[in-house]
Design a protein around this ligand. Structure first.
Ligand SMILES: Nc1ncnc2c1ncn2[C@@H]1O[C@H](COP(=O)(O)OP(=O)(O)O)[C@@H](O)[C@H]1O
Ligand SMILES: Cc1ncc(COP(=O)(O)O)c(N)n1
Length: 614
């Protein structure tokens, strides 16, 4: 994308949609973003730089990112006159960048406070770096991000590590670990500290001292000693440090079987019953809560962990995901516990959420392939990305898809004895280029089921499937998008819920509504009723003139709707406005015995009319 400047009025919906539209065009939404912007005010004291990280824009979804971006501008500025320069860099393609000036309008003067007052939950992880990014600091950062918590880092060691094992360890000098800790703890409000690889007794002591000097709400100790690949990450001397310095301070300790055994002088832990005893013994050694993790429990069908809070023993079970991608489960689990505690959860709640998160993340990424070694990393954000990855639709909305738009009607299908999916199949086979399920009197469960089977049919023909009004149904079946009316959910809210990839169409009767739809981030508008119709009660007819007026004003592609049939479709296409892309029909094709034949007839008429206009 070349350098380009546009002028925008900084209002929340505008900021969301215009930028998300612009991002979508460039395809950068897939790459991650670093955004810097500057507020320039007449009063130099109020001019400031701001950084905004959307390191994984797909995860945050553009609209949410820009919502936060908007929120990070101090309120006084939002209403004041000034300029924002926004620079967006693509992570993948750093030298591509663009600038946008946003003019802020309003009559308020800038407030003197330019400090954000929102405290967000904060976890500090004190751990080692894993170059393969499956475990260690990198897993902690991703887990906290996935759980919506800020994460700062003190790096204790740098490991050369991949899916085959640990090739090297470079321990960070103790005084420099201390310096990192001081930098973070003296400046930032940390809620919870989580520890991972602590490679020397000296580092354990430094941590202990700093926690005394800067007390935090909770300490989560993952007593990392040996990596899953069998490489030693903390030698036996550290054991004493864990026992004497950290266990008594820890709100929870999360050893795996080997680590629990090492902390208990080599006691054998081979069964769930052994895990129960180990949890109690570790509690006796001073940890307030103990979670003995059973990822490595032999012959176990479930993934079983034992949680002991000093009073009750809980056996926490989840399904054991069959995957090679389990590198970093321990680090992730402990970070998630820390994140939930930082948000204010109770210990049991935090542990349950964390376990569920690990199971879900493993399940979603069970088939990903990263690295050639025996144990791959998983992807903490895969659940959020999965729609984009799994979606059968490869390309974004193409306005020419609006050519013959088939909109279902349950009454008509009932009258002719057609199931929704049979009717949709016939329409698609007859040449429909996009389908909308408009089912007003159907149970939600039946709607989702019907939508899923229609989606299969549409995907097989490369035809997008939209859902009328029901964002929940569209999400539940992963439809390609929605069509909404003026009294349905606002389009910008639908966009925030559906993310940048889905298609959104909005019914509009006036140029003003068309403008609003564009601002809100819609992809197309439907305009009508072009002719009088009985399909929709109390529907104002705009006529061919009204249609033309809206088409000329609309920045979005338009599909004409309302009373259009084989006999009157031609004049619609002949109004000859380039952004009129096609017609949407209900009764013309569905109020008939043979949907396929009627769709074919209409397709032929539209093809002829379009050729004549060209
Ligand atoms: N294949 C799996 N499916 C589901 N959960 C798993 C699987 N493997 C490990 N877990 C869970 O991941 C968490 C970390 O356990 P574990 O792998 O034993 O820790 P570590 O990585 O420290 O060795 C535990 O909650 C455990 O039950
Ligand atoms: C830097 C670092 N910290 C922790 C672990 C443990 O993770 P796992 O038990 O999954 O190997 C690791 N391998 N590397």
């Amino acid at each position: 994308m070349s350098f380009g400047f546009s002028s925008y009025i900084l209002s929340e919906p505008l900021l969301r949609t215009d930028l998300s539209r612009w991002m979508k065009l460039d395809g950068w939404i897939k790459t991650g973003l670093l955004i810097r912007f500057r507020v320039e005010s007449e009063n130099p004291i109020h001019s400031q730089n701001y950084n905004f990280m959307a390191y994984d824009a797909q995860f945050l979804s553009t609209s949410l990112s820009f919502h936060s971006l908007y929120k990070s501008v101090p309120q006084g500025f939002r209403q004041s006159k000034g300029l924002i320069l926004l620079l967006v860099n693509s992570r993948i393609n750093r030298n591509k960048h663009t600038g946008i000036f946003m003019e802020m309008q309003g009559n308020g003067s800038p407030t003197t406070s330019n400090q954000s007052t929102i405290n967000i939950p904060h976890v500090l992880t004190v751990a080692g770096s894993d170059s393969g990014a499956g475990a260690g600091i990198q897993a902690d950062l991703k887990a906290c991000a996935a759980r919506g918590v800020y994460c700062s880092t003190v790096i204790t060691a740098v490991t050369a590590q991949n899916t085959a094992g640990v090739q090297g360890v470079n321990v960070v000098p103790e005084d420099f670990v201390a310096e990192q800790m001081k930098s973070v703890l003296s400046d930032m409000h940390v809620d919870v500290v989580k520890t991972g690889m602590l490679p020397s007794i000296g580092i354990v002591k430094i941590l202990h001292q700093h926690l005394r000097e800067y007390p935090v709400r909770a300490l989560v100790v993952d007593p990392v000693m040996v990596s899953t690949s069998g490489d030693v990450l903390a030698g036996p001397s550290v054991l004493a440090g864990f026992r004497e310095e950290l266990l008594p301070m820890a709100n929870i300790i999360t050893p795996n079987l080997k680590e629990a055994s090492a902390l208990l002088d080599g006691v054998k832990i081979k069964t769930v019953s052994d895990m129960r005893s180990a949890a109690k013994l570790l509690h006796d050694k001073g940890a307030r809560n103990v979670l003995v993790k059973g990822g490595d429990l032999p012959d176990s069908l479930d993934a079983v962990d034992i949680f002991f809070d000093g009073e009750h023993l809980y056996e926490l079970r989840s399904s054991r995901i069959k995957t090679r991608n389990t590198h970093g489960t321990g680090c992730t689990l402990a970070s998630c516990i820390a994140a939930e505690l930082a948000k204010g959860a109770s210990m049991l709640e935090a542990v349950k959420v964390a376990k569920c998160f690990v199971e879900t993340a493993l399940d979603y990424s069970k088939e990903i392939f990263i690295g050639n070694g025996p144990q791959g990393p998983f992807d903490h954000l895969m659940k959020l990305k999965s729609n984009a990855h799994n979606s059968g639709r490869q390309v974004r909305f193409n306005p020419s898809d609006l050519f013959l738009y088939a909109v279902t009607d349950s009454g008509m299908n009932r009258r002719w004895g057609h199931s929704i999916s049979d009717a949709v199949k016939a329409a698609v086979q007859g040449g429909a280029t996009i389908v909308q399920l408009r089912e007003k009197d159907i149970e939600t469960r039946d709607f989702v089921e019907a939508a899923k089977s229609c989606l299969q049919i549409c995907r097989a023909h490369g035809v997008p499937l939209l859902i009328n009004d029901r964002i929940d149904v569209a999400l539940a079946c992963d439809a390609d998008g929605v069509h909404i009316g003026q009294s349905d959910m606002p389009a910008h809210t639908a966009r925030a819920l559906l993310g940048p990839e889905k298609i959104i169409g909005v019914s509009c009767k006036t140029p003003e509504q068309a403008e609003q739809a564009w601002i809100a981030g819609a992809d197309y508008i439907g305009c009508g009723g072009v002719y009088p119709t009985n399909t929709k009660a109390n529907n104002l007819t705009v006529g061919l003139d009204g249609l033309k007026t809206v088409c000329l004003a609309s920045k979005l592609p338009v599909v004409a709707i309302g009373g259009i049939k084989v006999s009157n479709a031609r004049p619609v296409m002949e109004i000859g406005v380039p952004n009129l892309k096609g017609v949407a029909v209900v009764s013309a094709i569905f109020d008939s015995e043979c949907v396929l034949t009627e769709t074919r007839k209409l397709h032929a008429v539209l093809t002829e009319a379009t050729a004549a206009v060209k």
